[in-house]
Design a protein around this ligand. Structure first.
Ligand code: NAP
Length: 273
């Protein structure tokens, strides 16, 4: 039996175990998915221990996504984002991936939205970095807007000057620029925690429009204020569970080498949300 899992702190309410185990069950894969809660600061040590214990794959969540870089060989995308959320132990050293970025792109593709044109990403934390790099890698022009403007500007400057795989077309802004940026955008991603367990949106509703596709990374609640405002403006909407699903699907496929049973994993996720 293969053991997969998640390290995070806290991990009590993670939806990854039922989502992945639904996938194993559907495909007849002999595996279990368990959660581990190492002390803060022990992410790299946890990955090293998992290597010795014969764990086959790990997902990584807050606060360990940067720490584990010290214990893995990150691929080009994870290196650019500066964070790893999936570790594959079939290589030596283990390989680190960032499926938040590729999962976000697959969530758009699932809804027949090709990531092309101009994107606005709100937030420059972990999810914002993944979204910005993921969409810029697809060739989109990305405006990243953050409450702490310096973080958006330095992310954009790093990506514009990066030599690896060529410079990306990314600019950094404060949130006050959203009213100007969103009317010209094709795609909008909320990658802040605004809207989580609260009825607030980080985007002025008057900037939303009918040619826009809006993905909110927040998935508690599934129907956020931003998504309601977007629907009222005639925009297409994608809830945060799609990003969560596809980051898991990408990890599942990297680990097992098989196409993930997306429908079964999605059902397991949504029945628990
Ligand atoms: P993080 O690294 O802590 O970043 C938090 C972000 O939210 C920062 O940009 C922060 O701005 C911004 N923010 C926080 N409070 C704010 C406020 N009151 N007003 C404006 N901006 C505010 O967290 P993260 O890992 O990126 O996660 C962000 C959200 O994405 C969370 O809701 C998380 O659940 C969600 N997420 C979803 C998925 C998925 O698969 N659906 C995956 C990853 C994350 P400052 O830099 O100014 O503090």
């Amino acid at each position: 039996m293969d053991v997969y899992g998640l390290i995070g702190n806290p991990v009590d309410h993670s939806l990854s175990p039922p989502m992945h185990e639904a996938g194993y069950e559907r495909l007849g894969v002999d595996a279990r998915y368990v959660t581990f809660e190492p002390p803060k600061g022990e992410g790299a040590a946890a990955v090293e221990s998992a290597t010795r214990l014969g764990v086959a794959g790990l997902n990584v969540t807050i606060p360990f996504k940067q720490d584990v870089l010290a214990a893995v060989e990150p691929d080009a995308l994870a290196t650019r984002i500066g964070a790893v959320n999936t570790v594959d132990f079939s290589t030596d050293p283990p390989t680190g991936y960032n499926t938040d970025a590729t999962g976000l792109v697959r969530a758009f593709e699932h809804h027949d939205v090709s990531p092309a044109g101009q994107a606005v990403v709100v937030g420059a934390g972990g999810a914002g970095r993944a979204a910005t790099v993921g969409l810029a890698t697809e060739g989109m022009t990305v405006a990243v807007a953050n409450r702490t403007v310096d973080k958006a500007e330095s992310l954009a400057a790093t990506l514009r000057t990066s030599q690896a795989d060529g410079p990306m077309d990314v600019q950094g802004y404060g949130l006050d620029m959203l009213a100007d940026l969103v009317p010209d955008a094709d795609v909008l991603v909320n990658a802040t925690s605004v809207g989580m367990e609260e009825d607030r949106s980080p985007v002025p509703p008057g900037a939303l429009h009918g040619d826009l596709t809006v993905l909110d990374a927040v998935y508690t609640p599934l129907e956020t204020r931003l998504l309601r405002d977007a629907r009222d403006a005639g925009a297409r909407t994608i809830d945060g569970a799609w990003m969560l699903l596809y980051q898991g699907v990408e990890a599942f496929e990297r680990w097992t080498g098989q196409d993930a049973p997306v429908g079964a994993m999605n059902e397991a996720l949504r029945t628990r949300l």
